[in-house]
Ligand binder design. Structure first.
Ligand SMILES: [Fe+2]
Length: 302
């Protein structure tokens, strides 16, 4: 008499099918979709490249080192996501803006909480003596072009050496960071130094990955902003300096045409320079941020 023996998983595709089957019962529907997609594509990747055991272990070591490189002020996983283009794909999926709203870009790994609130024209770069004085000014507007008073601009930037404060091993002090509140006309003025191109940190696993794949680590000169106001969707973005040679090859894929801004050079101290105590030569960048309404229902606390 024939005995029926239960067939075990024996091929690559059997394992994939069984792994997916075991996830299908995930109670949360969103988590179920994400996990099914993740396992499906991870298995497909391994099969496509016919991953060797040593390559698999190298991958484990790489991810382990990436986690071990992270500290309170260094986020190597964000850097990895950024340099693989994943952050910008997530950004584009999640921020499909209506025509006219300021576009978003990567948050990046260098934001820090606790930036001080400053008055209009406040200098975020008091210790950057070699930097070229710069005023970034404009208004925060709604989609109809009406000014938004009381909007907050959280600003951060690398100094003229291309370094963020968190990259200084000898100091935990905040520098090149500030929060600015728009006036009744939606206006703001940030005093900083001219942003410069910089390399992302290359002394960790992400740097090794860039080197192994023949890529440069440069980001075009930019200033970071998160602009927010009650009743509006906040936007995380940059302003990019328009003459930078890395605009077309940003190592984190963050450049969008609408965020490229001219930083105009002034050889003499005009009224704006005098008002904010800026010595010539100095630069100005004029940019209006446009926010779209929040998705939250009217009256919801944000
Ligand atoms: Fe940056």
């Amino acid at each position: 008499m024939a005995v029926t023996v239960k067939r075990r998983s024996t091929t690559e595709d059997d394992i994939t099918a069984e792994a997916l089957r075991r996830i299908e019962g995930t109670p949360d529907p969103r988590l179920r979709r994400v996990m099914l997609g993740l396992v499906k594509h991870l298995h497909a990747f391994v099969k496509e490249v016919e991953l060797t055991e040593s390559e698999w272990f190298e991958g484990i070591k790489f991810l382990t080192a990436t986690g071990q490189k992270c500290t309170d002020i260094r986020q190597e996983f964000i850097l990895l996501s950024d340099t693989l283009g994943v952050s910008m794909v997530v950004d584009l999926i999640n921020h499909r803006k209506p025509e006219g709203a300021t576009e978003s870009t990567v948050f990046g790994p260098f934001h820090r909480d606790g930036a001080p609130e400053m008055a209009a024209g406040g200098n975020i770069a008091p210790k950057d003596q070699k930097g070229l004085p710069t005023l970034i000014r404009g208004r925060v507007l709604d989609l109809e072009g009406r000014p938004i008073a009381g909007a907050i601009l959280d600003v951060w930037q690398a100094d003229s050496h291309g370094l963020y404060d968190s990259q200084n091993p000898n100091s935990e002090e905040l520098h090149m960071r500030g929060k600015f509140r728009t006036d009744k006309d939606g206006g703001f003025v940030v005093r900083t130094t001219l942003p410069v191109a910089y390399t992302i940190p290359t002394d960790g696993p992400v740097g090794d990955m860039l080197k192994a794949t023949g890529r440069h680590p440069w980001r075009p000169a930019h200033t970071h902003f998160v602009v927010s106001a009650p009743g509006f969707e906040p936007v995380t973005t940059h302003l990019f300096e328009s003459t930078d040679k890395y605009l077309d090859s940003d190592t984190v894929f963050g450049v969008k045409d609408s965020l490229i801004c001219e930083f105009a050079r002034h050889e003499t101290a005009d009224a704006a320079a005098k008002q904010f105590g800026v010595a010539a030569p100095y630069y100005t960048a004029d940019f209006d941020f446009v926010l779209k309404p929040a998705m939250a229902p009217a009256g919801a606390v944000r």
